[in-house]
Design a protein around this ligand. Sequence first.
Ligand SMILES: [Zn+2]
Ligand SMILES: [Zn+2]
Length: 288
Amino acid sequence: MAGTGGFVNVITMKEQPFSLKNDGPLQLFFVGTGSAFTKTNYQTNLLVIKGNDHLLIDCGTKTPQAFYELGVPVSSVENVLVTHSHADHIGGLEELALMSKYVTKRKPNMIISEAYQYILWEMSLRGGAAYNEENAGDILSFFDFFTVTRPAVLNGFDRETLNANVGSINVKLFRTKHIPDSSRDWESSFWSCGIIIDDRIMFTSDTRFDPELIHYYNGLYKLEAIFHDCQFFPGGVHASLQDLSSFDASIKNKMYLVHYGDNYKNFEGEVAAKGFAGFAQAQVYYTF
Ligand SMILES: [Zn+2]
Ligand SMILES: [Zn+2]
């Protein structure tokens, strides 16, 4: 079975029916594990659950459908964090925002910096959400849909790192180099971030191959698992399987590959042979 090669306890939905709560352990549940345009694995959006607390990291175009099929409407999500503005990460946010405002009459909490909030609202969400559907002529703002938790800038880090808490869940947001494919470093890239959860687990979200990123935070936190995006060809805006294979065995044996193409089964043998923990599985609970 894919994704069971590491040291992490994997619990299925047969053993633990889908819920936004659990008995207390830190659990990661990928709503999907596919690439941006996947037709079979849903998109790589991650639900973090710990006791009564939960956080949805990204809400792509296919994620409201995935939640519907799990038996929980996406408007039940109370906390959300967005890693960047590609549609596989934000395409379902309008549904979350509009359903929450007009149907369930509540505001989800978003963990978001002031800089990225401006980008997300002005360049993406505003087009579909700004016109008040209950009051002609009234123009709405981001704050009409979301309450906001501002992450704090942490000083002394190699790259921009922000810190926030959602109940008992701690997240650190680190900047990544995702787009364009020619950018030299995170500073010259369009705004994107990955996440460290409880100083234990890294989820890169989308990044190009960036060994300094992995080595730096792994050195700081002795990470227990790394969920890294991948692609099966060179170039482009994600880390290629070939590039990721150059990591030491000590990194690869705790590295799960996510955000993979629908043809991933063709690469399962190679991923095992190279010593990776495997492809991450969708809709199981990685339990820490
Ligand atoms: Zn993506
Ligand atoms: Zn992306």
